[in-house]
Every structure is written in structure tokens, then in C-alpha cells.
Write a protein that binds this ligand. Structure first.
Ligand SMILES: Nc1ncnc2c1ncn2[C@@H]1O[C@H](COP(=O)(O)OP(=O)(O)OP(=O)(O)O)[C@@H](O)[C@H]1O
Ligand SMILES: [Mg+2]
Length: 240
């Protein structure tokens, strides 16, 4: 099975990642050209839309492109490629990535029907209990999300699904760096659970301990570094 198939249109180019009907291709072309999905529900203005069981995300052109942005694939194509690279870590399946001549791009991918962790905190025990294994499996595969905030992963009823893949870093070889990034993930999670769901440190700690049983990346004594990271985030947000 081909992993992706190149698409050339008059005013856009890109790839499809699944079988695609002409109707969706034509809509994608129009969405990219117009910068909006009129038939969809707006999730985030001019950024993310839902249309049926599909999500549509716009990556606007970079106004002052850095040199590397001129030579690497568009953000939509990079996101779609990352889906495959991080498997079996769950993330929404890409269907179509299109880029315009100016570098703006659009990704059509599966909509995940679910909720974020701050919504499920204290509500869905199975979802919360699955958090340590979710982080452990990412870190085992050296998948580090550069922006691991609580709205960048959702529970689909069976598993945690990672969103916003453009923020996923390439696998890093340095062990020390992996530890640092894992601590950052936990600090971000603690910050988000406190900020959005009113969770406290003592409630999150058992999840971390469970994580350290599943992953060799960190040990229980690293919790104090997580708490320090969280305080740093609070300071940055002007909350401390
Ligand atoms: N495929 C999807 N399924 C379900 N919800 C989605 C999907 N894609 C995006 N969302 C929702 O839209 C929000 C924004 O999407 P995303 O994180 O990709 O955009 P973003 O603009 O890069 O966000 P941010 O920079 O704040 O992280 C997500 O937090 C999530 O609530
Ligand atoms: Mg996001």
C-alpha cells in the first residue's frame, strides 16, 4: 500500500493518504483557496474546523519565512508524515494535505470524538488510569510533543489520541534530553490539571509513580523536578 500519493492541481499540490473521492479533493482545494470551511463547524477561528467525521486545519503562510521553511515540506505535510512516524502512538489519520504556492497549507484528517483530560478529570476513571501508559508509550518511542498542553490530546473512549502533530520533535538520541522533555511533559500536565480542573499535586503524583513503573525514563524521585517545572510555568503565567 502506498503511504501517500502526490496530487497536482492548478493552484495547489500535496498528497493524499487514503482513497479520496473527487468531491473531497475539490472541497479541499476550495477551502485552501478561501481560507475557511463554510460547510463545517468552526472549532477555532480560521484555524480548525469540523466537517462530519473530518477535521480541517489551516496552517497560514509564514510572513517572514526562515531559510529552513523555504526548503522543507509545508506544515500540513509534515503533520501528516508525523502520523506515520510516531505509530503506534495514536493520532488522527491524515487524509489529504494541500499546499498553495505561497506556502500556506491545509490538512484534512479524522475528527476524534472525545474529550480532553481536564474535562475527564474526576469524571472518567478509565481515561485517567490510562494516562501513565500513554505517556510511557510515547516516551519509550521517544515521541516528545513540543507543546504538550492538556488540549493537545483527547480520549476517544478507548485510548488517548495525540493532536497537533506539527509540534512533535524528531526522535532525539540524547538520553539526558529525553529525561528533560519527559519532565516537561509532566510539568505541563500538572499545570493543566491544576489550572483547568483544580487538581492538586498529591492527586497527580500517583499517576506519575505509575508512569515510572512503566517507563525507565524517569524515577519517582524526579517528581520534585516536575513540581519545580510546574512552578516555573506558574511564574511564567504570572500566577506565582
Ligand atoms: N482531529 C481532531 N479531533 C478532535 N478535536 C480536534 C482535532 N483537531 C483539533 N481539535 C480541537 O481543536 C483544538 C485546536 O487544534 P490544534 O491543537 O491542532 O490547533 P492549534 O491552533 O495548533 O492549537 P494550540 O496552538 O493551542 O495547541 C484542539 O485542542 C482540539 O480541541
Ligand atoms: Mg493544539
Amino acid at each position: 500500500v502506498a503511504t501517500r500519493v502526490a496530487i497536482e492541481l492548478a493552484d495547489a499540490r500535496g498528497f493524499r493518504y487514503t482513497d479520496l473521492d473527487d468531491d473531497l479533493l475539490e472541497r479541499g482545494r476550495r477551502w485552501l483557496a478561501e481560507g475557511v470551511v463554510p460547510e463545517g463547524q468552526q472549532v477555532r477561528e480560521r484555524r480548525v474546523y469540523r466537517w462530519g467525521d473530518l477535521a480541517i486545519k489551516f496552517f497560514p503562510l509564514v510572513s517572514k519565512p526562515r531559510l529552513r521553511d523555504r526548503f522543507r515540506p509545508s506544515a500540513a505535510v509534515r503533520s501528516a508524515d508525523t502520523y506515520r512516524r510516531i505509530r503506534p502512538v495514536p493520532s488522527p489519520r491524515p487524509r489529504l494535505a494541500l499546499e498553495a504556492g505561497d506556502g500556506a497549507s491545509l490538512l484534512v484528517y479524522d475528527w476524534v470524538d472525545g474529550d480532553s483530560v481536564d474535562v475527564l478529570w474526576g469524571v472518567d476513571e478509565a481515561a485517567i488510569a490510562a494516562l501513565p501508559a500513554f505517556l510511557a508509550s510515547m516516551h519509550e518511542r521517544r515521541v516528545f510533543h513540543g507543546d504538550f498542553h492538556v488540549h493537545n490530546f483527547v480520549w476517544d473512549g478507548e485510548a488517548w489520541v495525540l493532536l497537533d502533530l506539527v509540534g512533535v520533535r524528531h526522535a532525539l538520541r540524547s538520553f539526558a534530553r529525553g529525561r528533560r522533555l519527559a519532565i516537561d511533559h509532566w510539568a505541563y500536565l500538572l499545570w493543566g490539571l491544576d489550572h483547568h480542573a483544580g487538581a492538586d499535586e498529591a492527586e497527580v503524583r500517583p499517576l506519575f509513580d505509575e508512569y515510572t513503573r512503566l517507563s525507565p525514563t524517569l524515577a519517582p524521585r524526579d517528581w520534585r523536578k516536575v513540581v519545580r517545572g510546574w512552578r516555573g510555568l506558574l511564574r511564567r503565567a504570572g500566577q506565582l
